[in-house]
Write a protein that binds this ligand. Structure first.
Ligand SMILES: C[S@@+](CC[C@H](N)C(=O)[O-])C[C@H]1O[C@@H](n2cnc3c(N)ncnc32)[C@H](O)[C@@H]1O
Length: 276
Protein backbone atom coordinates (compact mmCIF):
# COMPACT_ATOMS: atom_id res chain seq x y z
CA UNK A 1 0.00 0.00 0.00
CA UNK A 2 1.32 3.46 -0.84
CA UNK A 3 0.72 6.58 1.23
CA UNK A 4 -0.57 8.90 -1.46
CA UNK A 5 1.27 12.08 -2.40
CA UNK A 6 3.20 13.84 0.33
CA UNK A 7 5.24 16.99 0.53
CA UNK A 8 6.77 18.73 3.49
CA UNK A 9 8.37 22.08 4.02
CA UNK A 10 10.37 23.46 6.94
CA UNK A 11 12.05 21.23 9.46
CA UNK A 12 9.69 18.35 8.72
CA UNK A 13 11.14 18.01 5.21
CA UNK A 14 14.51 16.99 6.66
CA UNK A 15 13.19 13.59 7.72
CA UNK A 16 12.58 12.69 4.08
CA UNK A 17 16.26 13.37 3.41
CA UNK A 18 17.55 11.14 6.21
CA UNK A 19 15.08 8.41 5.23
CA UNK A 20 16.20 8.59 1.59
CA UNK A 21 19.87 8.46 2.58
CA UNK A 22 19.32 5.41 4.80
CA UNK A 23 17.51 3.76 1.88
CA UNK A 24 20.50 4.52 -0.36
CA UNK A 25 22.86 3.04 2.21
CA UNK A 26 20.73 -0.10 2.23
CA UNK A 27 21.36 -0.50 -1.51
CA UNK A 28 25.16 -0.39 -1.10
CA UNK A 29 27.08 -3.66 -1.52
CA UNK A 30 28.25 -3.32 2.06
CA UNK A 31 25.72 -1.12 3.84
CA UNK A 32 26.75 0.63 7.03
CA UNK A 33 23.31 0.41 8.61
CA UNK A 34 21.31 -1.86 6.29
CA UNK A 35 17.92 -0.30 7.07
CA UNK A 36 15.48 -2.34 4.95
CA UNK A 37 12.56 -0.46 6.51
CA UNK A 38 13.85 2.79 5.03
CA UNK A 39 14.18 1.22 1.58
CA UNK A 40 10.63 -0.12 1.82
CA UNK A 41 9.22 3.19 3.11
CA UNK A 42 10.77 5.06 0.18
CA UNK A 43 8.96 2.67 -2.17
CA UNK A 44 5.66 3.28 -0.40
CA UNK A 45 5.72 7.06 0.03
CA UNK A 46 4.26 9.11 -2.80
CA UNK A 47 7.10 11.61 -3.05
CA UNK A 48 9.25 12.70 -5.97
CA UNK A 49 12.52 11.21 -4.66
CA UNK A 50 14.40 12.51 -7.71
CA UNK A 51 14.38 15.88 -5.92
CA UNK A 52 16.79 14.40 -3.37
CA UNK A 53 18.87 12.35 -5.76
CA UNK A 54 21.62 14.97 -6.18
CA UNK A 55 25.30 14.69 -5.29
CA UNK A 56 25.03 17.60 -2.82
CA UNK A 57 22.59 15.46 -0.81
CA UNK A 58 23.58 11.87 -1.52
CA UNK A 59 27.21 12.44 -0.55
CA UNK A 60 25.99 12.53 3.09
CA UNK A 61 24.59 9.02 3.01
CA UNK A 62 27.55 7.41 4.78
CA UNK A 63 27.49 9.95 7.63
CA UNK A 64 23.73 9.65 8.07
CA UNK A 65 23.99 5.85 8.14
CA UNK A 66 27.02 5.90 10.45
CA UNK A 67 25.31 8.35 12.83
CA UNK A 68 22.21 6.10 12.93
CA UNK A 69 24.42 3.05 13.57
CA UNK A 70 26.04 4.76 16.57
CA UNK A 71 22.57 5.50 17.99
CA UNK A 72 21.55 1.89 17.33
CA UNK A 73 24.66 0.56 19.10
CA UNK A 74 24.16 2.72 22.19
CA UNK A 75 20.42 2.01 22.28
CA UNK A 76 21.03 -1.75 21.99
CA UNK A 77 23.56 -1.53 24.81
CA UNK A 78 21.14 0.42 27.03
CA UNK A 79 18.22 -2.02 26.61
CA UNK A 80 20.61 -4.94 27.20
CA UNK A 81 21.55 -3.38 30.55
CA UNK A 82 17.94 -2.31 31.27
CA UNK A 83 15.55 -4.89 29.79
CA UNK A 84 12.56 -3.13 31.40
CA UNK A 85 13.55 0.28 30.00
CA UNK A 86 11.40 3.01 28.55
CA UNK A 87 12.83 4.38 25.32
CA UNK A 88 11.72 7.83 24.28
CA UNK A 89 12.79 8.79 20.81
CA UNK A 90 12.29 12.49 20.07
CA UNK A 91 11.95 13.74 16.49
CA UNK A 92 11.75 10.18 15.18
CA UNK A 93 10.76 11.20 11.65
CA UNK A 94 10.30 7.95 9.72
CA UNK A 95 13.14 6.20 11.48
CA UNK A 96 12.64 2.48 12.14
CA UNK A 97 14.96 2.02 15.11
CA UNK A 98 12.20 0.47 17.24
CA UNK A 99 11.86 -2.29 14.62
CA UNK A 100 15.53 -2.57 13.62
CA UNK A 101 16.70 -3.41 17.11
CA UNK A 102 16.10 -6.70 18.81
CA UNK A 103 14.32 -5.35 21.90
CA UNK A 104 13.75 -7.30 25.12
CA UNK A 105 10.02 -7.98 25.65
CA UNK A 106 9.90 -5.63 28.68
CA UNK A 107 10.94 -2.52 26.75
CA UNK A 108 8.32 0.17 26.09
CA UNK A 109 9.18 2.43 23.17
CA UNK A 110 7.68 5.87 22.44
CA UNK A 111 8.35 7.75 19.21
CA UNK A 112 7.52 11.47 19.09
CA UNK A 113 7.36 13.89 16.17
CA UNK A 114 5.25 16.78 14.87
CA UNK A 115 1.62 15.96 13.97
CA UNK A 116 1.96 16.04 10.16
CA UNK A 117 5.01 13.76 10.30
CA UNK A 118 3.15 11.39 12.61
CA UNK A 119 0.18 11.29 10.25
CA UNK A 120 2.47 9.93 7.54
CA UNK A 121 4.33 7.66 9.96
CA UNK A 122 1.05 6.03 11.02
CA UNK A 123 0.43 5.02 7.38
CA UNK A 124 3.75 3.15 7.37
CA UNK A 125 4.08 1.63 10.83
CA UNK A 126 1.65 0.14 13.36
CA UNK A 127 1.52 0.56 17.11
CA UNK A 128 1.75 -2.52 19.33
CA UNK A 129 1.76 -3.30 23.06
CA UNK A 130 5.33 -2.13 23.46
CA UNK A 131 5.36 0.56 20.78
CA UNK A 132 3.51 3.90 20.69
CA UNK A 133 3.62 7.03 18.56
CA UNK A 134 2.95 10.50 19.98
CA UNK A 135 2.11 13.46 17.75
CA UNK A 136 3.42 16.60 19.42
CA UNK A 137 6.08 19.25 19.37
CA UNK A 138 8.78 18.36 21.87
CA UNK A 139 8.70 22.01 22.95
CA UNK A 140 5.13 21.55 24.25
CA UNK A 141 4.65 20.21 27.74
CA UNK A 142 1.52 18.04 27.94
CA UNK A 143 2.65 15.07 25.81
CA UNK A 144 5.29 13.93 28.28
CA UNK A 145 2.56 12.92 30.73
CA UNK A 146 1.72 10.06 28.34
CA UNK A 147 5.12 8.50 28.95
CA UNK A 148 5.54 6.40 32.12
CA UNK A 149 8.40 7.42 34.38
CA UNK A 150 8.71 4.30 36.53
CA UNK A 151 11.71 2.63 34.83
CA UNK A 152 15.12 3.82 33.57
CA UNK A 153 14.72 5.82 30.40
CA UNK A 154 16.80 6.14 27.27
CA UNK A 155 16.12 9.43 25.50
CA UNK A 156 17.18 9.49 21.86
CA UNK A 157 17.32 12.74 19.89
CA UNK A 158 18.81 12.16 16.45
CA UNK A 159 18.77 15.19 14.18
CA UNK A 160 16.87 17.42 16.61
CA UNK A 161 19.01 19.60 18.90
CA UNK A 162 20.48 21.68 16.05
CA UNK A 163 17.00 22.70 14.88
CA UNK A 164 15.96 24.06 18.28
CA UNK A 165 16.95 27.38 19.84
CA UNK A 166 19.19 27.01 22.87
CA UNK A 167 16.42 28.15 25.25
CA UNK A 168 14.19 25.41 23.80
CA UNK A 169 16.94 22.83 24.34
CA UNK A 170 17.33 23.91 27.97
CA UNK A 171 13.57 23.86 28.57
CA UNK A 172 13.18 20.44 26.95
CA UNK A 173 16.03 18.96 28.98
CA UNK A 174 14.62 20.41 32.18
CA UNK A 175 11.20 18.86 31.45
CA UNK A 176 12.81 15.51 30.75
CA UNK A 177 14.97 15.39 33.87
CA UNK A 178 12.00 16.59 35.97
CA UNK A 179 9.78 13.85 34.55
CA UNK A 180 12.16 10.87 34.68
CA UNK A 181 14.15 9.85 37.72
CA UNK A 182 17.18 8.34 35.97
CA UNK A 183 18.37 7.47 32.53
CA UNK A 184 20.57 8.38 29.59
CA UNK A 185 20.38 10.91 26.81
CA UNK A 186 21.96 10.34 23.42
CA UNK A 187 21.90 13.03 20.76
CA UNK A 188 23.97 14.33 17.88
CA UNK A 189 25.53 17.77 17.86
CA UNK A 190 26.89 19.92 15.07
CA UNK A 191 30.08 21.96 15.48
CA UNK A 192 29.59 25.73 15.80
CA UNK A 193 31.18 26.43 12.40
CA UNK A 194 28.66 24.11 10.70
CA UNK A 195 25.74 25.88 12.36
CA UNK A 196 27.16 29.27 11.35
CA UNK A 197 27.58 28.09 7.75
CA UNK A 198 23.95 26.95 7.51
CA UNK A 199 22.80 30.29 8.95
CA UNK A 200 24.78 32.17 6.28
CA UNK A 201 23.52 29.85 3.54
CA UNK A 202 19.97 30.42 4.69
CA UNK A 203 20.47 34.17 4.77
CA UNK A 204 22.25 34.67 1.45
CA UNK A 205 21.60 31.55 -0.64
CA UNK A 206 18.20 30.34 0.46
CA UNK A 207 17.22 29.51 -3.16
CA UNK A 208 19.86 26.78 -3.13
CA UNK A 209 19.48 25.84 0.51
CA UNK A 210 15.85 24.93 1.20
CA UNK A 211 16.41 23.42 4.67
CA UNK A 212 16.24 25.22 7.99
CA UNK A 213 19.43 26.57 9.51
CA UNK A 214 21.01 24.94 12.56
CA UNK A 215 20.60 27.09 15.65
CA UNK A 216 22.11 25.17 18.54
CA UNK A 217 25.62 23.89 18.07
CA UNK A 218 27.45 21.58 20.48
CA UNK A 219 31.01 22.70 21.18
CA UNK A 220 31.83 19.78 23.48
CA UNK A 221 30.42 17.66 26.31
CA UNK A 222 30.51 20.50 28.81
CA UNK A 223 27.70 22.23 26.88
CA UNK A 224 25.35 19.45 28.03
CA UNK A 225 26.05 20.08 31.73
CA UNK A 226 25.74 23.79 31.07
CA UNK A 227 22.30 23.32 29.47
CA UNK A 228 21.18 21.18 32.40
CA UNK A 229 23.36 20.61 35.49
CA UNK A 230 21.50 17.38 36.27
CA UNK A 231 23.06 15.78 33.20
CA UNK A 232 26.51 14.25 33.45
CA UNK A 233 28.42 14.11 30.20
CA UNK A 234 29.93 10.67 29.53
CA UNK A 235 31.36 10.35 26.03
CA UNK A 236 31.15 11.35 22.39
CA UNK A 237 31.95 9.76 19.08
CA UNK A 238 32.94 11.66 15.94
CA UNK A 239 31.06 10.28 12.95
CA UNK A 240 33.93 11.08 10.59
CA UNK A 241 36.37 9.27 12.88
CA UNK A 242 34.25 6.14 12.63
CA UNK A 243 33.94 6.39 8.86
CA UNK A 244 37.73 6.65 8.64
CA UNK A 245 38.01 3.26 10.33
CA UNK A 246 35.13 1.66 8.43
CA UNK A 247 35.23 -0.69 5.49
CA UNK A 248 34.23 2.13 3.13
CA UNK A 249 35.70 1.90 -0.38
CA UNK A 250 39.34 2.86 -0.41
CA UNK A 251 39.11 6.33 -1.88
CA UNK A 252 36.28 7.37 0.43
CA UNK A 253 38.06 6.01 3.47
CA UNK A 254 41.19 7.95 2.52
CA UNK A 255 39.14 11.15 2.31
CA UNK A 256 37.67 10.47 5.77
CA UNK A 257 41.16 9.71 7.11
CA UNK A 258 42.46 12.99 5.74
CA UNK A 259 39.49 14.76 7.38
CA UNK A 260 40.29 13.31 10.78
CA UNK A 261 43.67 15.09 10.65
CA UNK A 262 41.84 18.34 11.48
CA UNK A 263 39.90 18.38 14.74
CA UNK A 264 37.45 21.03 13.55
CA UNK A 265 36.58 18.86 10.53
CA UNK A 266 36.61 15.53 12.35
CA UNK A 267 34.23 16.93 14.98
CA UNK A 268 31.76 18.51 12.59
CA UNK A 269 29.16 15.93 13.65
CA UNK A 270 29.36 13.98 16.90
CA UNK A 271 27.06 11.73 18.86
CA UNK A 272 27.03 12.48 22.59
CA UNK A 273 25.98 10.40 25.59
CA UNK A 274 25.03 11.75 29.00
CA UNK A 275 23.46 10.28 32.13
CA UNK A 276 21.21 11.57 34.87
C1 LIG B 1 16.66 15.54 10.42
S1 LIG B 1 15.07 14.92 10.79
C2 LIG B 1 15.51 13.53 11.77
C3 LIG B 1 14.46 12.46 11.79
C4 LIG B 1 14.93 11.13 12.36
N1 LIG B 1 15.42 11.25 13.70
C5 LIG B 1 15.97 10.54 11.45
O1 LIG B 1 17.13 10.46 11.84
O2 LIG B 1 15.60 10.19 10.34
C6 LIG B 1 14.47 16.11 11.98
C7 LIG B 1 13.15 15.73 12.60
O3 LIG B 1 12.92 16.60 13.71
C8 LIG B 1 11.53 16.80 13.80
N2 LIG B 1 11.30 17.95 14.66
C9 LIG B 1 11.86 19.19 14.53
N3 LIG B 1 11.41 20.00 15.48
C10 LIG B 1 10.56 19.26 16.25
C11 LIG B 1 9.78 19.52 17.39
N4 LIG B 1 9.77 20.75 17.94
N5 LIG B 1 9.04 18.53 17.92
C12 LIG B 1 9.04 17.29 17.37
N6 LIG B 1 9.77 16.97 16.28
C13 LIG B 1 10.51 17.95 15.73
C14 LIG B 1 11.13 16.99 12.35
O4 LIG B 1 9.74 16.90 12.16
C15 LIG B 1 11.93 15.88 11.69
O5 LIG B 1 11.20 14.69 11.66
Amino acid sequence: MTTGKVDFTGVQSTMLVTLFLRALDDKEKEPILGDHFAAEAVQRIGYDWKKLDKATITRSRASVAQRAKQFDDWAADFVRRNPDATVLQLACGLDSRAFRLDLPAGVRWFDVDLPDVMELRRKLYDESDGYRMIAASVTDEAWLEEVPADTPVLIIAEGLVMYLRENEVRQLLRQLTDHFRAGELIFDGMAPWVAKTTQLLKKYLSRWYPYPAYWTATRDGSDIEHWNPRLRYRENVAVMGQLAQSSAPDLRRRVYRAGTGFDWLKNYLRVFRAEF
